[in-house]
Ligand binder design. Structure first.
Ligand SMILES: Nc1ncnc2c1ncn2[C@@H]1O[C@H](COP(=O)(O)OP(=O)(O)OP(=O)(O)O)[C@@H](O)[C@H]1O
Ligand SMILES: [Mg+2]
Length: 232
C-alpha cells in the first residue's frame, strides 16, 4: 500500500469499553495531528487512555466513534484483515517490554519483521547494516536472554524500524530501563526515526524523554458517565 505521506491524524476519538460492571470511558473526543516526519510525546496519569490511543493509531482496535488517518488512509474504517496488512507494512511498534521472540537471535528477530512486512525480499544486507548502525552487530547471534535490558530494547528498536515504517508507535519504550539505558535507547530511537523520515508517537511518563519530541500532548482522565451525572 502506497501512502501519500507519513502524517498521522486522529479526529474526535471516543472509546468506551463495555465491561460486566458497566461502561468505562477511555478516550473522550480526542484529536491529534502529527505532520510527516515529526514526533509527539503523549503524557498523562495512569488510566487516562494513552495505550488506548496508541492502539487506535496502530489499528489494533477501532474507536467507538471518530477516525484515524495515516498517510491519507483512514485505517479506522478498514476491515480487520486490511488493518493487519496496513500495520505490517507501514507501522513500527515498540512496547515497554521488548517482546522479542525468545527462541530467535537478534538478527533473526529483526529479519523476521522484514520478511513479514516485505515478503519475498532478501533482507540480509539491510539487517546487518542496521545492526551495525545501532551498535548491535556483535550481538547479532545472541538470543534475547543473553542480552541486557538496554540491549534487548535496542534490538526491539531495530525490529521496529527495519522495514522503514511510515510511523513508529512506542508505548513507554524506556519504562523498564534504568536512566542511562533509557537515554541510550531514546537516542537510538530518535536517530533511527530521523534517518528514515518516520513519524513518531511516543507514550512516556518521563518528562526528560518527552522533551525529546517536537511537541507534548497531555491527556486527562475521562470522566465516567455516572460520575458526570452525580456532579450535575
Ligand atoms: N480491555 C479493557 N476493558 C475495559 N476497560 C479497559 C480496557 N483497557 C483499558 N481499559 C480502561 O480504559 C482506561 C484507559 O486505559 P489505558 O490502558 O489506555 O490507560 P493508560 O493511560 O495507557 O494507563 P497506563 O499509564 O497505566 O499504561 C482505563 O480506565 C482502563 O481501566
Ligand atoms: Mg498504558
Amino acid at each position: 500500500m502506497n501512502l501519500a505521506d507519513n502524517s498521522v491524524s486522529a479526529r474526535d476519538l471516543v472509546v468506551v469499553y463495555r465491561t460486566a460492571r458497566g461502561t468505562v470511558p477511555a478516550l473522550d473526543h480526542r484529536s491529534l495531528e502529527v505532520e510527516g516526519g515529526g514526533s509527539v510525546a503523549i503524557m498523562g496519569p495512569s488510566g487516562c487512555g494513552k495505550s488506548t490511543l496508541l492502539g487506535l493509531l496502530g489499528g489494533l482496535a477501532r474507536p467507538t466513534s471518530g477516525s484515524v488517518t495515516i498517510g491519507g488512509t483512514e485505517i479506522s474504517s478498514l476491515a480487520e484483515k486490511a488493518r493487519i496488512q496496513f500495520r505490517r507494512e507501514n507501522l513500527g511498534m515498540l512496547y515497554q517490554q521488548d517482546n522479542l521472540m525468545p527462541h530467535l537471535t537478534v538478527e533473526e528477530n529483526v529479519g523476521l519483521q522484514l520478511a513479514i512486512a516485505r515478503p519475498g525480499e532478501q533482507p540480509d544486507g539491510d539487517v546487518h547494516a542496521l545492526l551495525e548502525r545501532l551498535g548491535l552487530a556483535a550481538l547479532a547471534d545472541r538470543l534475547p536472554d543473553q542480552l541486557s535490558g538496554g540491549q534487548r530494547q535496542r534490538a526491539a528498536i531495530a525490529r521496529a524500524v527495519i522495514h522503514l515504517p511510515a510511523v513508529i508507535l512506542a508505548d513507554e519504550p524506556t519504562g523498564s530501563l534504568d536512566p542511562d539505558n533509557a537515554e541510550r535507547a531514546i537516542d537510538t530511537l530518535i536517530d533511527s526515526q530521523r534517518k528514515i523520515g518516520a513519524t513518531l508517537v511516543l507514550v512516556t511518563h518521563d518528562p526528560k524523554i518527552a522533551a525529546r519530541a517536537d511537541s507534548i500532548i497531555a491527556l486527562e482522565q475521562p470522566i465516567p458517565n455516572d460520575a458526570a451525572t452525580d456532579a450535575d
